[in-house]
Structure formats: C-alpha cells, structure tokens
Design a protein around this ligand. Structure first.
Ligand code: SF4
Ligand code: SF4
Ligand code: FES
Length: 245
C-alpha cells in the first residue's frame, strides 16, 4: 500500500516536502523501518520500546495523534510529525519543553509526609502516573497552539497526580503554580483526552484541579468576563469556552 509522509530537512536549508512510499507492513513503525531499510535511509523518526510504553514514536496519522508502534495503516494515509513542537527532522520534534513545564507546575515530590500508603491511595494517582510523555495531548491542544506558556494537559494531569499523592505533605505550591497560564486557561474542549494512548483524561484532571483550587480560595479570573452580562455578545463567534460542560 502507499503512504504519504510529510518531511522536513533543517540541515540542508529548511525545506518541507512530501514523500510517497510503497510499503508491505501494516504496522506504522514497521513500515517506517521498511522504508529506511529498503527505500530511503534518510527517513528520520523516533522509537524506543516498540510496544507503546516509551511514548517516543507519536506522530499524526490523517491529522490524529497516534503511537506509530501501536497503529495499523491504510492505503493513502498521510503521516506528519506531532504539532505544537519544533520539527527537528522529518517526524522527530523537540520535546524539551516537558521538563520546563513540570518544573513550572512544581509537580514532583517536595516535603514528604509520614502517612502510611494503602492500595486505595495508589489507585487515586494510578491513572495519571501512567503518562508516557508522548506529547500527543500537547499536539492536539488548541490553547497550547496559541499560547506556548500554557501549562497544558500532561503537566496539569501531573499536577493533579502529585496534589492527590498522600506522600505530599503540602500541595499548596502546586496549586499556586497552576493559576497563571494553567487551569483557568483550558477551554475544556477534551481534545487531549481523545488522543491519549494511556486513557488519561487531562480535561477531567483539570476540572478536578479547578475544584481543589476553589477549595483553597482561588477563583477563575475569567469568570467575571463570562458572567458580568456587560452586553458582550459571543453568540456569533462560534466559540463557547464552557461548551463542553
Ligand atoms: S481540554 Fe484543555 S488541555 Fe485539553 S486540549 Fe482542550 S484546552 Fe487543551
Ligand atoms: S497525558 Fe496521555 S497524551 Fe498526554 S503525554 Fe501523557 S500519555 Fe501522552
Ligand atoms: S516506540 Fe515506544 S511507544 Fe512506540
């Protein structure tokens, strides 16, 4: 079958081009390997575990974020790098923002409590702990696309994971860190949830963080704009920031 790969080569002078390849493998990662071995050794992509665990092989297939190693392809599929990150070459993007965003949210163990941990406590943070940092959610996020300072889906899911961790003596710093460019800037569109290969629900995590923040006395800085009834008519803008409630 034929697949089309959108490519980019910064090294020769920045240029974008498409390549059509004939492949026999139906698994996308195996198709990449086939292309590299038999057609074009310069094709550049990333993979580690080959089994959906490392998150390195995320690409877009017909505009939807997928892990190449877990994806079967069809005739004329279009493969592109994930969005919202700088492309280094072909399907490889710069993901160095991950560390920065985690640092900004302070989502790591700080002061430890002496609490005993039971299975129910592990269950509370289990889902978010399964994040493989594949960046699919960042690629799909319309807010992150417009504002690279937005803390975004996985960093906020991680913020909830550490906020709910019984070993955290105090989560005040996390909740404070996610007020600006964070939980209140998310439009709750759910795009991140749709593409997560780990079944994580960043949209719901962000809603929970909004609840936690409210309990600590924080308020939505945009609330006044939405509720003030100042005659600002959004009806013909086709955009409702709370449309997915
Ligand atoms: S729900 Fe929020 S974080 Fe997720 S994609 Fe939409 S705007 Fe981004
Ligand atoms: S939350 Fe899901 S989509 Fe986002 S980086 Fe983690 S595993 Fe990938
Ligand atoms: S190669 Fe590790 S998730 Fe695909």
């Amino acid at each position: 079958m034929k697949i089309n790969i959108k490519r980019f080569n910064q090294a020769n002078e920045p240029q974008k081009f498409n390549n059509e390849f004939e492949v026999s493998n139906t698994n996308l990662l195996q198709a990449f390997n086939e292309i590299k071995k038999e057609h074009d050794e310069t094709l550049t992509y990333r993979c580690g575990c080959k089994s959906g665990v490392c998150g390195s092989c995320a690409v877009r297939v017909n505009g939807v974020e997928r892990l190449a190693c877990k994806t079967n392809i069809n005739e004329n599929d279009v493969i592109e790098p994930i969005k919202n990150s700088k492309v280094i070459k072909d399907l490889v993007v710069d993901v160095s923002h991950e560390t920065l965003l985690i640092e900004k949210t302070n989502s790591f163990m700080q002061d430890n409590s002496d609490e005993e941990i039971e299975q129910k406590d592990i269950n509370k943070i289990d889902r978010q702990s399964n994040c493989i940092l594949c960046n699919s959610c960042y690629s799909s996020c319309p807010v992150y696309e417009a504002n690279k300072s937005f803390l975004g889906p996985f960093a906020l899911s991680r913020a909830l994971r550490y906020s709910n961790d019984k070993k955290m003596a105090n989560n005040d710093l996390i909740i404070e860190s996610i007020q600006s460019n964070g939980i209140w800037d998310c439009t709750l569109c759910g795009a991140c949830t749709m593409v997560c290969p780990q079944g994580i629900d960043p949209k719901m995590d962000i809603l929970q963080l909004q609840g936690l923040a409210s309990q600590k006395g924080y308020t939505n800085p945009y609330q006044a704009t939405f509720d003030s009834n100042m005659g600002f008519d959004m009806s013909d803008m086709g955009f409702d920031p709370n449309g997915s409630f």
